[in-house]
Ligand binder design. Structure first.
Ligand code: FAD
Length: 398
């Protein structure tokens, strides 16, 4: 295992660091307070090549390896995890097309993301099927003309209000069916020039038939620069070429997606943990009490050391998970879960203790640490809560 970065990785790292330093960090508190969807940053990130990392070379013209993808996501997250979540969500939705779609489907459903800055949504969670996805009731049923009809409701869907395409996991045949399918639903493109949805419901007429209703965006504790909303499919007509792979193997495909995405969520958590550590170190180096810098007070120094250790361990767990993915190792899944949990723990710990080391100032919205503390909690929840990751690890090791 080699920790040194090659020239291309160093170049990406340099690009994304400059992007974050110039475009994100200086305005982040203002942007977050205004709660306006960051289209401008998304457009710039797309132009800079920091989005759609999982789209294969056959469609995009070049490839980005998983390690470089994780580095890019981590650095973007150092700027803001709401923005990186919105950007990464395209891969969450689209990686299944690259992995299991036909060449025609890749061209049809992935090419638009290469051509312009548009967003995708990954629709797995439902009100009664959160950690236990098998309880989903959205379903497709075949019509006599060979097409299918999709009905059902999803919740907590990232990018939903602005999505130009939805990747939907649903039961085959009936709501209580044993098999899950993965279908792709492209809709009219939404770009930064489209009228902003603000805090409204979005209703989409699907050209082939049926409609999609996107609920009002959720008013969230953190990651307020990402968009999250419910998505309801009402009699949406699905042509067979919108179904990815075998319409009974959607559950396996969802696991493939999550095995890719969990290390990327770990990269999001690691970026946040690094930022929380950095702003806390800076603050405690400047602030003096009892005649010395806070960072020189023994108990505070010990806390800074613990924060640093959590960040380093999270980075090591992430690197090992990526290494396992690149090796196509059979046990890659448990390392993805380990990386996700370790990064979430580092993010929550560093932002919570970092806030504490800022004292009363940390409790005000003038200091970034309070935003980081709000943002951190979701890392421990989305893409599978901590307990589910432990369940996966436990099941494999015994
Ligand atoms: C901001 C945000 C963005 C999201 N984006 C997306 C998206 O783009 N697409 C998508 O499909 N979903 C998305 N989600 C949904 C997210 O993945 C789910 O919220 C998550 O999987 C947990 O499901 P749940 O909320 O129903 O919690 P539940 O499953 O109800 O779990 C609640 C709690 O119960 C406990 N618990 C659950 N299972 C176990 C267990 N096996 N053992 C022990 N304890 C357990 C845990 O403490 C857990 O936190 C998003 C959610 C949020 C908040």
């Amino acid at each position: 295992m080699d920790f040194s970065l090659n020239e291309s990785q160093l170049s990406y790292l340099d690009t994304v660091r400059k992007f974050v330093k110039n475009e994100v960090t200086p305005h982040i508190l203002e942007m977050e307070k205004s709660h306006v969807f960051p289209w401008d940053i998304i457009n710039k990130a797309w132009k800079t090549g920091l989005m759609n990392l999982s789209i294969p070379e056959s469609v995009k013209g070049y490839d980005i390896d998983s390690f470089t993808s994780a580095l890019i996501i981590q650095e973007l997250s150092y700027g803001d995890t709401g923005i990186s979540t919105s950007a990464m969500c395209n891969d969450l939705a689209n990686v299944v097309i690259g992995l299991h779609g036909t060449d025609e489907q890749k061209e049809l459903f992935l090419k638009p993301f290469v051509e312009k800055p548009v967003l995708a949504s990954f629709c797995l969670t439902e009100p009664n099927a959160g950690s236990d996805n098998s309880m989903m009731t959205s379903f497709i049923v075949k019509r006599e003309d060979g097409n299918y009809v999709l009905n059902g409701s999803k919740c907590f869907i990232t990018n939903a209000s602005y999505a130009s395409q939805f990747t939907v996991f649903c039961k085959t045949g009936k709501p209580t069916g044993n098999f899950i399918a993965c279908v792709i639903v492209p809709v009219e493109h939404v770009t930064s020039d489209s009228p902003d949805i603000g805090n409204s419901v979005r209703e989409i007429s699907v050209p082939s038939g049926g409609k999609i209703i996107i609920g009002k965006p959720e008013d969230k504790l953190g990651q307020r620069l990402s968009n999250t909303a419910s998505v309801t499919f009402e009699d949406v007509i699905i042509h067979p070429n919108q179904i990815i792979g075998d319409r009974r193997l959607g559950f396996k495909y969802a696991i493939d997606v999550l095995d890719y995405a969990r290390p990327m969520v770990a990269a999001i958590g690691l970026g946040l943990a690094k930022r929380a550590f950095a702003v806390t170190l800076e603050y405690t180096r400047e602030r003096k009490q009892f005649g010395s810098r806070i960072c020189d007070l023994p108990v505070a120094r010990e806390m800074l050391t613990t924060m640093w250790k959590k960040v380093e361990l999270a980075e090591m767990a992430l690197f090992k998970a990526i290494f396992k993915i690149q090796e196509k190792a059979k046990d890659a899944g448990i390392y993805a879960s380990l990386a996700k949990n370790t990064a979430a723990e580092a993010a929550v710990f560093c932002s919570t203790e970092g806030l504490h080391l800022h004292g009363g100032y940390g409790f005000t919205t003038d200091y970034e640490i309070s935003k980081l503390a709000r943002d951190a909690h979701i890392i421990d929840i989305y893409e599978g809560v901590r307990e589910v990751q432990n369940m996966i690890i436990g099941r494999e090791i015994v």
